[in-house]
Design a protein around this ligand. Structure first.
Ligand SMILES: [Ca+2]
Ligand SMILES: [Ca+2]
Ligand SMILES: [Ca+2]
Length: 867
């Protein structure tokens, strides 16, 4: 502990600091700055500052997502979150989260009151937030004292985004300190028995058998803190009206931890047990800098070229913007003065557009709006040629499991998980959505080794599991890419026999085919042993699942031998139970998507790896017959019935394309039309739900057209007409003209899926669906989106994501070619894409499904532009 003693001079200094903190805005400016008030969106607002009180809640989906509780948006940046009663000094993702049981917004009193409950401890509390000038008070009320088990643990916490405080300082009762770029303690070791249990009894901490855990100690203690006193954009003063504040560095126990300000709740007390006065600095008449959305990759000469300008609601849009060409000698030449057209409000901002479609001469350009210049971007016939290369050449190779991955002088990771894998036991409810029902539904006993699985497969996302559903979808996308565009690109050396990959090293084989093979090797192994698509292969313990670094050190790559002691090694066996588990619960919908990908892979692999092609097809036929049999004996109901039939459609179509057999043709014709009606009618019908939701069923139908009875195209046309009306609607919903997800995961994947559907519909019905609706998907990805104008595909475009939630995120970097989810819409109206903090998965975590679909879309756009 740094220090807990305060003395008179410290307190005096603190009071002076607080006065200074408020003081910049406190003399003349405060007269103009209106006080925080509840707005009609139910959060507190004054110009330059918002305080959200549980506008966003802990959903329980991924537990603490750092997007809930009392939150501060200061000068447009959400730099504080998690204001709530918490049960530890530095809550991690899987630590206990409170449930909000009530929320009262009292316009007359200008307060928001939230009731929080920890069910496991029968612990209720009430938070009341009340503005005071441009600051606010948080008061905590208890009707019953803190339960005994939580004494000394329950506290009022608020978390501050570390990256916004890098190269900044703080004052604690006037004592100075620096908010460091990297955590440097202090911590202490405590007995495990004193720890508040984490999710479902799992632990994020590997105690190596010692029954202990680590907790951060405060780096400062006092009555009054000022964070970043030197920076009027970031300065926040916090005063404890009673009790004491602690400043804690959560990164000591979890790289995604934040700086935490905390007050322990007093024991045996009721009534008002804690109160803070929080005073964020507010710059008078602050106006957010406009964001000029455009394609960082540039434009093909024939494309529409429209910049979307995002403006502070207090800003007045300029009448014109200019397009400048950058000449060889560096001189700018104005090529077009564009009229800026107001578009209207969307979420919290207002928007305008500037059209420079008329400029089509190849060259380098930038947009000037007021005194702001964008990055320079090209217009030219080949600008999209290579946009998918980083994703295919680097990102996918790095995601390859069971392989040693090299790039020039650098090793990305060693051969990983060579000790795969053990049968997961029944009745498990695990992290990351994994679970097992009452039966293993396989021939294997719980924790028995399932042979042959240490081959092929990709890490699902920023974690290291092989996820059944997305794995199947990725194989499917790669086959689609191969069959539609036949890309011969060869920049990767892949040696399956020796589990070795070398990036930027041609080996005479098309990389896409090699990726299909890599996926099919794992998929075939699953169907060969288990007989159906597995939910996935993932770590059994949270402290391994949260691994960051070289994938090959996540397990010891030695086969688990229970006759040895933990950490004891004999030959290729070890007593450490770290082999991953295979989750084998059976879901017809999942298995059908695996069957589809096996049937599709068998076509692509024909002539490339015939034995594997044969096996994939045989496994797909067998599994399909078994699934149909299972459906007859126990018809599924509800969601699974609907989802299962949609997935069966895809399996039948792929089996039909591969085999041309009548039995599959008959079943396809039987399933296709009811599925279209279901997809168009039901909510949550697929990616891009909302306007355009009918697209999911349409995508399969339009792809099945060549295999349906004569006249099917005309029968499909009315569905496409209806879809077209939804497409037109979209340009009224937001200025980007694409479906923007408002769920808990940002929506670039949905946009890519939507644009891909448009591509297939354009191919079949060019009179109804135009090329621009396909291009808009890439404009959005490449920078024409809310919140910022950065390209969401790392290293693609002049300026692109520099940080992402890959497995190297602890190094504040990215894996080239990652397709990030992008812009998260936090309730009620805040679009966010963190550019300097990689740890919000919902904004920054690329997935294999999204990346493979992106490669498809990029090829599709190239084809449309050059055809
Ligand atoms: Ca995962
Ligand atoms: Ca190759
Ligand atoms: Ca092992």
């Amino acid at each position: 502990m740094t220090s807990s003693n305060t003395n008179a001079s410290n307190i005096r200094a603190a009071v002076l600091a607080l006065a200074a903190a408020g003081g910049l805005a406190g003399t003349t400016a405060v007269a103009q700055q209106s006080a925080l008030r509840l707005n009609d969106r139910d959060y507190f607002e004054t110009r330059g500052l918002n305080v959200l009180v549980f506008s966003n809640q802990y959903t329980g989906m991924f537990f603490d997502e750092k997007t809930a509780g009392i939150e501060i948006i200061q000068h447009g940046v959400r730099l504080a979150t998690g204001g709530a009663i918490r049960l530890g000094p530095a809550p991690e993702q899987w630590d206990a989260i409170p449930k909000m049981t009530d929320r009262k917004v009292d316009k007359a009193a200008n307060t928001i009151t939230c009731a929080l409950r920890y069910e496991d401890y029968d612990f209720d509390s009430r938070l009341v937030v009340t503005p005071e000038g441009t600051g606010f008070r948080i008061a905590v009320y208890l009707d019953k004292p803190v339960p005994e088990k939580l004494e000394g643990k329950a506290g009022l916490n608020m978390e501050f985004l570390p990256s916004k405080y890098f190269e900044r300082t703080f004052l604690a009762d006037g004592k100075p300190g620096i908010l460091s770029r990297y955590p440097d303690g202090p911590t202490q070791v405590k007995p495990a028995a004193t720890r508040i249990p984490q999710y479902n009894g799992y632990s994020t901490f590997d105690d190596r058998g010692r029954n202990e855990y680590v907790e951060p100690d405060p780096m400062a203690v006092g009555k009054a803190f000022v964070l970043a006193p030197e920076d009027p954009e970031r300065r926040i003063a916090i005063q404890a009206v009673s009790g004491e504040l602690q400043l804690i560095d959560g990164r000591n126990v979890a790289q995604n931890g934040w700086f935490i300000v905390r007050s322990l709740l007093p024991v045996k007390a009721t009534g008002k047990v804690a109160e803070w006065l929080v005073r964020p600095s507010v710059i008078p008449n602050w106006t957010r800098t406009p964001v000029i959305g455009f394609s960082q990759v540039g434009y093909h000469p024939t494309q529409k070229k429209v910049a979307v300008i995002e403006l502070d609601p207090n800003d007045k849009s300029l009448d014109t913007a200019s397009l400048f060409e950058v000449l060889a000698d560096g001189a700018p030449a104005e090529r077009l003065k564009m009229k800026v057209q107001p578009w209207g409000p969307y979420l919290r901002y207002k928007y305008a557009t500037a059209d420079f479609s008329s400029v089509n001469r190849a060259g380098l350009y930038y947009i000037q709006y007021g005194n702001q210049k964008t990055e320079t971007f090209p217009i030219g016939p080949n600008v999209y040629d290579a946009v998918w290369h980083p994703t295919a050449d680097v990102w996918f190779p790095v995601q390859m499991d069971h392989m040693f991955v090299n790039e020039a002088y650098r090793v990305w990771h060693g051969a990983a998980h060579m000790d795969d894998a053990l049968q997961a036991p029944p009745n498990i409810r695990q992290f990351d959505g994994y679970r097992m029902g009452p039966s293993t539904e396989t021939q294997y006993k719980p924790l028995e080794r399932i042979p042959g699985l240490a081959v092929g497969g990709w890490f699902d996302a920023g974690d290291f599991d092989i996820q059944g559903g997305s794995h199947a979808g990725t194989i499917m996308s790669f086959v689609d890419i191969w069959e539609a565009f036949k890309p011969q690109r060869d920049q990767t050396f892949i040696d399956q026999a020796n589990h070795y990959v070398d990036i930027h090293r041609p080996d005479g084989k098309p990389d896409i085919l090699q990726q299909i093979e890599h996926g099919a090797l794992q998929m075939a192994a699953e169907y060969r042993t288990v007989g159906h698509l597995v939910r996935g292969i993932v770590d059994s313990q949270l402290h391994r699942y949260n691994h960051l670094g070289d994938a090959s050190t996540q397990t010891d790559n030695l086969i688990f031998d229970p006759s040895l002691k933990p950490y004891q090694v004999e030959g290729n066996r070890s007593g450490t139970p770290d082999d991953r588990w295979v989750f084998t619960d059976r879901m017809p919908g999942m298995s059908y998507s695996g069957i589809a990908s096996l049937a599709a892979a068998s076509r692509a692999l024909r002539g490339f790896n015939d034995p594997l092609a044969d096996e994939c097809l045989a496994l797909a036929r067998k599994a399909y017959a078994e699934e149909r049999q299972a459906v007859v004996s126990a018809p599924p109901t509800g969601f699974e019935a609907r989802f299962g039939q949609g997935a069966e459609l895809s399996a039948v179509l792929q089996l039909l394309i591969t085999t041309k057999e009548q039995q599959y043709r008959d079943r396809l014709n039987e399933l296709i039309w009811p599925s279209l009606d279901r997809a168009a009618a039901g909510p949550g019908a697929g990616p891009g739900a909302g306007p355009g939701r009918g697209g999911w069923g349409l995508l399969t139908a339009v792809r099945a057209l060549p295999y349906l009875e004569p006249g099917a195209a005309e029968k499909l046309r009315p569905y496409v007409v209806k879809y077209k009306a939804e497409l037109d609607e979209l340009s009224k919903v937001n200025p980007y003209g694409v479906p923007i997800s408002t769920g808990g995961w940002a929506g670039s994947g949905g946009v890519v899926g939507w644009a891909t559907t448009n591509y297939y519909l354009h191919e079949a019905f060019p009179d109804l669906v135009d090329k621009e609706s396909v291009y808009r998907g890439l404009y959005f990805l490449f920078g024409t989106h809310p919140a910022s104008n950065v390209s969401l595909v790392a290293t693609v475009g002049t300026r692109s994501k520099r940080l992402a939630y890959g497995n190297n995120r602890a190094d504040f970097t990215f894996i080239p070619g990652v397709v990030t989810p992008g812009v998260l819409i936090l309730k009620p109206d805040y679009p966010e894409n963190m550019d300097d903090w990689p740890f919000l998965w919902a904004e920054n975590e690329g997935t294999i499904g999204g990346a493979s679909q992106y490669i498809f879309l990029a090829n599709a756009v190239n084809e449309l532009l050059t055809k």
